[in-house]
Write a protein that binds this ligand. Structure first.
Ligand SMILES: [Zn+2]
Length: 331
């Protein structure tokens, strides 16, 4: 059942189909066709990654992870690794899931027909359509619908972020946006590319390359900073978008040695320690200004911080025992 207004909306937005929808899809998603920059100083990893990128592009190989909504993993292809093939291991590929595929197609059809997210969510919930199962899954939500509409793999092509799996201190932030695509369809398409593009243009928040999980302003000293006065691990207590850490004394405990709550802004700790951290990790100085790289570097050197509220100073220690004291400056 399609409303007249929705029809008009679609007609207006879609005056004539693109002559090259695949090129438009690449532009929308930011697909990289040329060489993918490697990471200096990790030859083995770089070689492996190049092989994997070629495998995705040339063979549409499924690299790993969970099947996207609408599909299931089927392990019935001959394994590309001869050793594993001999041991009977099979390679996985995506096949439409009997229950989820029709729902994914219906979601695209309804959005194309002008349904809003709320209408769609109510409809799917009432029908008890199986929602995407993810960690912390809460049934059909705007986020769940968006994740489905954002995922170009339903067009039958395989897409892969070569650098999304883990952080690396030498990696420029742009690397996490790199996306490669299979040259040919790798699994059955559930949605026509043109429909995927039309839905993207219709949405308030059109598809963008997925932001890296690590680029969000998450506290990067969590579990790494403790109170020098009472020894407690400080907890995150962010305010106005600024990450802060707090040590809260037990009420009425005179042994705490400081007032009920003391705070330190993460930016002040990072400003003091970043130049020193850069010296500890000489492999990638150029990216050290970036929060993401800093986070990775802190993990790599296993940084521990104690904060002394009395002197407003910190003491930093690395996993291999390097240490340094810093007086914090106002910011
Ligand atoms: Zn304390």
């Amino acid at each position: 059942m399609i409303g007249t207004a929705a029809h008009e909306k679609r007609v207006q937005l879609e005056p004539d189909p693109s002559p090259n929808p695949l090129a438009d899809l690449d532009a929308l998603m930011g697909v990289t066709h040329g060489p993918v920059p490697g990471i200096a100083g990790s030859d083995q990893a770089a070689t492996t990654r190049t092989l994997m990128i070629d495998a995705v592009r040339q063979d549409g190989r499924f690299i790993g992870g969970a099947a996207p909504y609408g599909y299931r993993l089927v392990h019935d292809r001959q394994h590309h690794n001869p050793g594993k093939a001999i041991r009977g291991q099979r390679r996985a590929h995506l096949e439409p899931d009997r229950d989820q595929a029709p729902i994914l197609q219906e979601i695209f059809h309804r959005i194309l027909a002008g349904d809003g997210h709320t209408t769609l969510i109510n409809h799917l919930t009432q029908r008890a359509a199986p929602p995407p199962i993810r960690r912390g899954s809460a049934g059909w939500t705007v986020k769940a619908i968006s994740a489905i509409l954002d995922n170009p793999r339903c067009t039958g092509y395989e897409f892969w972020h070569p650098y999304s799996a883990r952080r690396h201190p030498c990696l420029p932030p742009e690397a996490y946006q790199i996306l490669v695509r299979s040259d040919r369809p790798a699994h059955p398409a559930l949605v026509a590319i043109q429909d995927f593009l039309t839905v993207a243009t219709m949405r308030d928040h059109p598809v963008r390359p997925r932001p890296s999980r690590t680029s969000l302003a998450e506290p990067i000293l969590l579990h790494r900073i403790s109170c020098a006065i009472c020894g407690r691990t400080m907890s995150v207590s962010s305010k106005d978008g600024r990450v802060r850490y707090r040590c809260r004394a037990t009420p009425g405990d005179p042994a705490a040695g400081h007032r009920s709550s003391v705070y330190v802004a993460e930016s002040r700790v990072l400003a003091a320690t970043a130049p020193w951290l850069r010296q500890q990790s000489e492999t990638c100085p150029s990216w050290a200004e970036d929060r993401l790289a800093l986070h990775a570097m802190i993990d790599a050197v296993n940084l521990r911080i104690t904060y002394d509220h009395g002197t407003d100073s910190i003491h930093a220690t690395t996993g291999i025992g390097r240490q340094m004291a810093f007086r914090l400056t106002r910011d």
